[in-house]
Design a protein around this ligand. Structure first.
Ligand SMILES: NC(=O)c1ccc[n+]([C@@H]2O[C@H](COP(=O)([O-])OP(=O)(O)OC[C@H]3O[C@@H](n4cnc5c(N)ncnc54)[C@H](O)[C@@H]3O)[C@@H](O)[C@H]2O)c1
Ligand SMILES: [Zn+2]
Ligand SMILES: [Zn+2]
Length: 368
């Protein structure tokens, strides 16, 4: 059945988000409708509202959520009514060479569901009956959402929705970048640029992986305090535009084995690359504007054998990695409770975005 739902929407680029009553259509073949319990506010949502990430409005935001399955479309066998699920914002066709190789984040068909469901249409309409796009096949910053089953992962129902939601982006992105992309080795040294929701998860991923030194870098002192709580052994306050790589090399002689850029700036990518030791690995997690670029001194590639790479959604396989993250939470290793600085009712979504922009939260979560 079609349902009314409050949803957080970007109506106009550069303007605050708005909360509207929308209509969510029932699931078609291979889809289900989810009653959302909680949705984290990620910098990528903010980036969609200012055009950094190109997802033209009107757009239902949200890609980091957990909820309960309330309606099944035709042919859905992998999920049942009442199942608890976490959203996954990558589209995986299951058939291309990358999906076949177990690398769904690189799926060749990914472009199919950037602002729609995989079949190219949407189940969301505004009060006037006009279609609303959805963030990466999700659009889960809403009381209800209809998604394709491949954008959902079933989870243990004992885990509260607000904690589980974080696995839908920040945790899997950050911890996955450490475990899957970089494969950080025990005893190694790590630098993390940017200690927001994603960077803090890189830090705790590095701690869990047994890194010996973890240097956290941010422009805000409050973020560096959080970084210490999540496992940073050293912190560096930096001013925007300042070259921090020399200071990092003072803390870790020769430079760290790994550096993670979790802000989204070519300048910081260059600093991350400069800071790593010979043979080191710099991983770009932050999403920069489409016209941003970075520079590396070409000669350092052959003579220092450094690697610069990226990490999308923690190079994860959601059906494998979400339960893995939640198991780490249950065993007390992964800090999820501490990630949530503030919970907001949906009416306060504009405040949640303002707080994200001002850097007030580790993570802010909308609870329904
Ligand atoms: N690769 C992926 O799959 C993926 C997934 C999710 C988010 N992201 C991206 O990761 C980035 C971080 O997301 P988030 O939700 O953690 O954002 P956030 O706003 O919570 O955190 C960003 C942090 O960077 C800090 N910062 C800003 N400028 C800085 C500078 N010059 N030097 C050092 N620190 C600086 C801020 O103070 C803040 O603590 C965004 O670009 C987001 O789009 C990527
Ligand atoms: Zn995100
Ligand atoms: Zn594929």
């Amino acid at each position: 059945m079609a349902r009314n739902a409050k949803a957080v929407i970007c109506r106009e680029l550069g303007r605050p988000v708005v909360v509207e009553e929308i209509r969510v259509d029932p699931p078609r073949r291979g889809e289900v409708t989810v009653k959302l319990g909680a949705c984290g506010v990620c910098h990528s949502d903010l980036s969609a509202t200012d055009g950094t990430i190109s997802m033209p409005p009107p757009l239902v935001l949200g890609h980091e959520a957990a909820g309960e399955v309330v309606e099944l479309g035709e042919g859905v066998a992998s999920l049942a009514l009442g199942d608890h699920v976490v959203s996954s914002f990558i589209y995986m066709c299951g058939k291309c060479r990358f999906c076949s190789a177990g690398r769904p984040v690189l799926c060749l068909e990914q472009g199919k569901a950037i602002t729609t469901l995989p079949d190219g249409s949407v189940r969301t309409r505004d009060a006037g009956g006009n279609p609303l796009s959805v963030f990466s096949g999700c659009g889960v910053m809403a009381e209800y959402a209809t998604l394709h089953v491949d954008n959902l992962v079933k989870i243990d129902p004992q885990i509260p929705f607000d904690r589980a939601a974080l696995v839908g982006c920040a945790v899997t992105t950050g911890v996955g970048a450490v475990f899957n992309t970089a494969k950080v080795a025990p005893g190694s040294s790590v630098a993390v640029f940017g200690c927001g929701g994603v960077g803090l998860n890189v830090i705790q991923g590095a701690r869990i992986a047994g890194a010996g030194r973890i240097v956290a870098i941010d422009t805000m002192e409050s973020k560096l305090e959080m970084a210490r709580r999540f496992g940073a052994t050293d912190v560096l306050a930096v001013k925007t535009g300042e070259d921090i790589s020399k200071q990092i090399k003072k803390i870790i002689a020769g430079g760290p084995d790994y550096a993670f850029e979790c802000v989204g700036s070519g300048e910081l990518v260059a600093a991350a690359y400069r800071s790593i030791r010979r043979g080191g690995l710099a991983v770009v997690v932050g999403v920069a504007k489409a016209d941003d670029s970075t520079t590396v001194r070409t000669m350092t590639l052959p003579f220092e054998e450094k690697t610069l790479t990226g990490s999308y959604f923690g190079s994860s396989v959601p059906r494998l990695d979400f339960p893995r993250m939640l198991a780490l939470y249950r065993s007390g290793k992964l800090m999820l409770d501490e990630l949530i600085t503030r919970r907001y009712p949906i009416e306060e979504a504009p405040q949640a975005f303002a707080d994200l922009q001002a850097g007030r939260n580790a993570r802010g979560v909308i609870v329904f």
